[in-house]
Design a binder for this molecule. Structure first.
Ligand SMILES: O=C[C@H](O)COP(=O)(O)O
Length: 241
C-alpha cells in the first residue's frame, strides 16, 4: 500500500534531529543552496544526515554538473559513496534529461528537480526518474498555479502507468514514479499538493513543524490537563493502574 512520504528540506543537523525524533519521516532533501548554507564538507554533511535518520531512510542531494557527461559521472560516484538509499536530484534541463535517460538504463535512483510545468514531470518520468519535484511556491510566486502542475501531471502519470515488466526492461528496477511536492511556504500548499496526487512532499523545518499545529488542539490539551490535576494532581495512569 502506498503511503505519503514526508521529507525534511534542510541540511541543518539540529533541525533534522528535532524533526526526525518526532515525525515519521521518509528522509531528507537538499539542494545546492541548502548544502552551501552549512559551509562544511559535502561528504560529511550527507554522512551526518544518514547517521541521524538511519541508513534505511532516503537522502536526496543534487548533481551540480551542467553537462550530461559530468552529471552521469557525479551520479555514479554518489551511488558508490552513499549507497542504495541516496537519490541524486537532476534538473529538468535538456542535459539533465539526457543524463536521466542514460542513468536510468543502469538502475540509478533519480529525483528530477527544478520543475515548474507538468510536461517537465512527464518527460522526467519517461526518462526514468523515480521522484519528480515541482516547486509549488516558486510557481505560485510568479502568478502561476503550483497545485495545477501536480494535478495535470498526476493525471497523465496515472494514464501512462507501466507494468513491472516494462519498468524492469527500461529502468532495470521496479518503482512507482512519485511527484515530490517541494518549495512550500505554508501548510495549505502542502495539503493541496498531496490531495492533487503527490505521494511525497518535502518541507523546510518551519513549514514541517506547522503541519500538525492547531491552537485549539493545544487549548484542548491544556484544559484536559488542568481538569485532571484538580482531582489527581501529578499522577499519570502509570500510578493508577
Ligand atoms: O530544492 C528545492 C526546494 O525545495 C526549493 O524550496 P524553496 O523555494 O523554498 O527554496
Amino acid at each position: 500500500m502506498m503511503r505519503v512520504q514526508y521529507f525534511i528540506d534542510t541540511a541543518n543537523l539540529e533541525s533534522i534531529k528535532k524533526i526526525s525524533d518526532i515525525f515519521p519521516i521518509a528522509g531528507v532533501t537538499t539542494n545546492p543552496t541548502i548544502i552551501a548554507k552549512e559551509k562544511r564538507d559535502f561528504k560529511e554533511i550527507i554522512n551526518d544526515i544518514f547517521d541521524i535518520i538511519g541508513k534505511d531512510k532516503i537522502v536526496h542531494a543534487q548533481a551540480v554538473g551542467t553537462t550530461a557527461e559530468i552529471i552521469v559521472k557525479e551520479v555514479q560516484l554518489l551511488r558508490d559513496t552513499f549507497g542504495e538509499n541516496f537519490y541524486t536530484k537532476i534538473p529538468v534541463t535538456p542535459e539533465g534529461i539526457k543524463a536521466m535517460k542514460i542513468l536510468s538504463k543502469d538502475g540509478h535512483k533519480i529525483t528530477a528537480t527544478g520543475i515548474l510545468s507538468p510536461q517537465q514531470i512527464i518527460m522526467a518520468a519517461e526518462a526514468g526518474a523515480e521522484y519528480m519535484a515541482p516547486y509549488i511556491n516558486r510557481s505560485d510566486n510568479i502568478g502561476e498555479n503550483g497545485i495545477e502542475i501536480v494535478k495535470d501531471a498526476y493525471k497523465i502519470l496515472e494514464m501512462t502507468k507501466k507494468t513491472d515488466e516494462e519498468k524492469l526492461a527500461r529502468y532495470k528496477r521496479i518503482f512507482e514514479p512519485k511527484i515530490l511536492g517541494a518549495s512550500f511556504k505554508n501548510v495549505r500548499q502542502v495539503h493541496e499538493t498531496i490531495l492533487a496526487g503527490s505521494k511525497s512532499v518535502t518541507a523546510a523545518p518551519d513549514v514541517f513543524e506547522k503541519l500538525i499545529y492547531h491552537p485549539y488542539t493545544d487549548w484542548s490539551m491544556d484544559t484536559f490537563n488542568s481538569d485532571w490535576k484538580k482531582v489527581y494532581g501529578e499522577k499519570t495512569l502509570l500510578d493508577l493502574l
